[in-house]
Design a protein around this ligand. Structure first.
Ligand SMILES: C[S@@+](CC[C@H](N)C(=O)[O-])C[C@H]1O[C@@H](n2cnc3c(N)ncnc32)[C@H](O)[C@@H]1O
Length: 334
């Protein structure tokens, strides 16, 4: 019952509840980033302990762990980390690398909403002279493979920083040569896109590059129609527009970036599309299943009805030749 009510609350209401509870129990978190030095900031972050996962406000239901204090719609658990890593490999394969912007030899790189940290750790390995920061609302799960990228055996030039793009980035103006933000369409409420891009612009050096990669969640096969309807209902509780990813280019233009380039890709969705198509379908089905708990909790569908729809989606992805998932890429220069 309590969880049911919580699932229907807006993000602002949830945040209010969590903050009130934290104040009540005397455990309001300290402002973590007070006193970040403008010189030597990278080693300052490396010295800090950022892993506070145990104290984060979660609920666990149906075996999936979700945050209750953020609009973010997807679980934050090991299963989801596996999906994100698979998706990362698929995108790297597709793009033949980790970025498209003409970034040259950046000295400082920021990845906003870094997930497992794999992208940032690989960039740190590729650009050994760069300091690379992965920022997310929480560190990667402790037992995930990816944690090795975010912590113990991560390259020395990579560090994870806990932060929330909607509350401002804990970095000085003009800190980074290159800022990357990928697949936050289920994380950013529609009203937060503009402020988030402006905040990213603030921390990017004049002449530095920003690259955004995202997707749009729409029905791709007949069987996915009920799933998309459920997802849109859940998104509406949080002010999220599941198609906002299609506008990454306009967001950069509106924020005043120069030399904006955009690219729209339609990625095959299903085994008929070879290796990429199989990876994309595996990713899409894992992503679809990740909403089972909130859909069932809010009585949009029973567990059985939900799973029947997702099973049928998987079948149609493989049998309807030509169905695709769009990805939108945009990069621009401050
Ligand atoms: C779909 S994942 C994508 C992860 C990574 N960018 C990738 O491409 O593998 C979205 C990530 O955004 C993070 N996130 C959600 N809300 C956020 C916020 N307000 N600030 C920073 N990160 C956020 C989530 O925790 C999650 O790791």
């Amino acid at each position: 019952m309590l969880v049911d009510v919580m699932a229907r609350l807006t993000a602002a209401q949830l945040t209010g509840i969590v903050e009130t509870a934290q104040q009540f129990f005397g455990c309001l978190r300290l402002q973590q980033y007070e006193g970040v030095p403008t010189m030597g900031w990278f080693s300052w972050f490396r010295r800090k302990t950022t892993s506070q996962t145990a104290s984060l406000p979660y609920y666990v239901l149906g075996g999936r762990r979700m945050r209750i204090d953020h609009p973010y719609m997807l679980p934050k658990d090991i299963e989801e980390s596996g999906r994100l890593d698979l998706q990362h490999h698929m995108l790297r394969l597709l793009l033949r690398g980790n970025y498209l912007a003409p970034i040259g030899h950046p000295q400082s790189i920021l990845d906003v909403g870094c997930g497992t940290g794999r992208w940032g750790a690989e960039m740190a390995q590729q650009f050994t002279n760069a300091n690379v920061i992965g920022l997310d609302i929480q560190p990667p799960p402790a037992t995930s493979n990816a944690v090795t990228m975010g912590k113990a055996i991560a390259p020395d030039n990579y560090v994870f920083v806990e932060g929330d793009i909607t509350k401002g980035l804990p970095f000085a103006d003009a800190t980074f040569d290159y800022v990357h933000m990928r697949l936050v369409v289920l994380a950013l409420p529609a009203a937060q896109w503009g402020p988030a891009i402006n905040e990213i612009k603030r921390v990017t050096k004049p002449g530095g590059w920003v690259e955004l990669i995202d997707t749009s969640v729409t029905s791709r096969v007949p069987a996915s129609e009920p799933w998309v309807e459920w997802a849109y209902t859940l998104a509406s509780y949080r002010g999220i527009d599941m198609t906002a990813g299609a506008r990454v280019g306009s967001f950069l233009q509106e924020a005043g970036f120069h030399n904006v380039n955009t690219m729209n890709l339609e990625i095959p969705l299903g085994s008929w599309g070879g290796r990429i198509g199989t990876l994309m379908a595996t990713d899409a089905i894992a992503g679809a299943r990740a909403l089972e708990t909130p859909v069932v909790m809010t009585h949009l569908a029973t567990k059985e009805a939900f799973n029947a729809v997702v099973d049928k989606m998987a079948e149609e992805f493989n049998s309807i030749v030509g169905c695709t998932q769009p990805f939108y890429i945009a990069y621009g220069q401050r």
